[in-house]
Ligand binder design. Structure first.
Ligand SMILES: Cc1cc2nc3c(=O)[nH]c(=O)nc-3n(C[C@H](O)[C@H](O)[C@H](O)COP(=O)(O)O)c2cc1C
Length: 180
């Protein structure tokens, strides 16, 4: 028996005794986590930026606070911190091409990525995606660096909801839609 097997459960690759979970194994397991697809945007003195992101979460409803986890290794994501505002846009199934553009497919410039859709603004000035299922306009409240990522906590200062279209999800390393 090696440390990655669990003969009692009959399942493979379970219960490492002393940690030792490598990134590939972690990602394989996370591929089973069905996640809503979002585009997190910012704009301000540091310039515009948008990123397709599934690592987002509601933190509290009074006051309304959400969090997003953004890779801190590229310089462009520092714009979220420098601008001190961001918006979380929850995507519908029709917006899959926009999600792909903001995930880096086609290696588009920031300007070209934003040109794949129409945007408006609420109070913070961060881009709000027209037709998104919901958008949360946020002021950055706190930033915590954890390993390779920045966890950004945003105080929600505005909300906009759209139609009841199907949701865009990411599961099993591919985009899917879940009807309303
Ligand atoms: C489905 C999906 C979910 C993603 N979730 C996140 C995320 O939560 N945080 C993050 O920093 N990057 C996430 N990414 C990666 C970014 O979208 C991607 O690295 C970035 O947009 C690439 O931009 P760049 O080409 O300008 O570096 C995700 C990508 C995909 C396809």
């Amino acid at each position: 028996m090696n440390q990655h097997s669990n003969p009692e459960s009959g399942e493979e690759g379970m219960l490492p005794v002393n940690g030792g979970v490598d990134a590939a194994r972690f990602r394989q397991a996370m591929a089973r986590f069905a996640a809503s697809v979002n585009i997190v945007t910012t704009d301000g003195p540091a310039g515009p930026r948008g990123v397709t992101a599934t690592s987002v979460c509601s933190v509290s409803d009074d006051p309304p606070i959400i969090l997003v986890c953004l890779n801190a290794q590229g310089p462009l994501n520092e714009r979220f911190v420098e601008n001190e505002v961001f918006a979380l846009n929850v995507l519908g199934a029709e917006q899959e091409p926009v999600a792909r553009a903001f995930a880096g497919e086609g290696r588009l410039s920031t300007e070209e990525r934003f040109a794949t859709a129409r945007w408006t603004r609420l109070g913070s000035g961060a881009p709000i995606l027209e037709g998104a299922l919901a958008s949360f306009d946020c002021r950055l409240r706190e930033r915590t660096k954890v390993a390779t990522h920045n966890v950004l906590f945003g105080e929600v200062i505005g909300v906009r909801t759209g139609g009841d279209d199907a949701s865009l999800l990411y599961l099993g390393r591919r985009y899917r839609s879940l009807g309303s």
